[in-house]
Design a protein around this ligand. Structure first.
Ligand code: ZN
Length: 241
């Protein structure tokens, strides 16, 4: 999987299905660079960084986390620079950091509904040795929103209660008219059995209409245009009615 270019300033590493690796984003400022999501393991981070090296892009000064799910956060301990997360995400990461990873611990969490089948399966694909799993909270925590000047380009981090998880953070790059949403646009697998909550989906669509962007980068698929993204979400909403 090779790094793909959206513009001179924005790149992403595509997702991988088998082990549930999400898209990793990269924003290149004149002064600082920023990554979106830390991936699901050190190996995932290594792959991302070797792709950045191949294109002479410097390693990120910051890595922003879109939400607490394992595939976006278990690489945090091995990223360069500082990690940034919303407070809700960080609180959850502090809890997940206490989880143990034996077969029995994992089975107990499945039965208690603390974890879900897809993550359980994919974690076992990514980690042949689950002793290597290390979960840490972010270095920098924010509430609401945060604006970062990377030099010649800005990132706006916005905390939202999205359909996918209550701790979603969107990353908007106004100069490049690009919006990173992580999995925010997806169904909720932890609290709603893989379904959309109608009210949350409605307010997410309204938010998408309000934010100015052309390119929509989401967690587990190819980027879309704003129209494609909204059309898909409206179709999903129609099916709930
Ligand atoms: Zn997720």
């Amino acid at each position: 999987m090779k790094l793909k270019k959206i513009s001179d300033r924005i790149y992403y590493l595509p997702n991988e299905e088998e082990n549930d690796r999400p898209v990793l984003g990269y924003i290149k400022g004149d002064k600082y660079s920023l990554a979106i999501d830390a991936g699901n393991s050190s190996k995932h981070v290594e792959k991302f960084y070797s792709e950045l090296n191949n294109l002479d892009l410097k390693l990120p000064d910051y890595t922003v986390i879109t939400h607490w799910h394992w595939d976006h956060t278990f690489g945090m301990h091995s990223v360069e620079g500082k990690t940034i997360a919303g407070k809700t995400t960080n609180d959850k990461l502090k809890e997940v950091a206490t989880w143990q990873w034996s077969d029995e611990d994992m089975k107990n969490r499945l039965e208690a509904g603390e974890d879900i089948e897809m993550c359980d399966r994919c974690i076992k694909v990514e980690y042949s040795n689950r002793q290597e799993i290390k979960v840490i909270p972010a270095d920098i925590e924010f509430n609401g929103s945060l604006k970062i000047d990377l030099g010649g380009i800005h990132c706006e981090l916005i905390q939202v209660e999205a359909p996918h998880s209550e701790d979603s953070v969107l990353i908007c790059v106004p100069e490049e008219k690009t919006l990173f949403v992580g999995d925010a646009n997806c169904e909720d697998f932890y609290n709603n059995n893989g379904n959309y909550d109608k009210d949350k989906l409605e307010s997410f669509i309204a938010l998408m209409r309000k934010i100015h962007f052309d390119t929509y980068v989401w967690g587990h698929d190819e980027p879309q245009t704003k129209d494609e993204a909204i059309t898909y979400l409206v179709d999903q909403l129609e099916m709930l009615k």
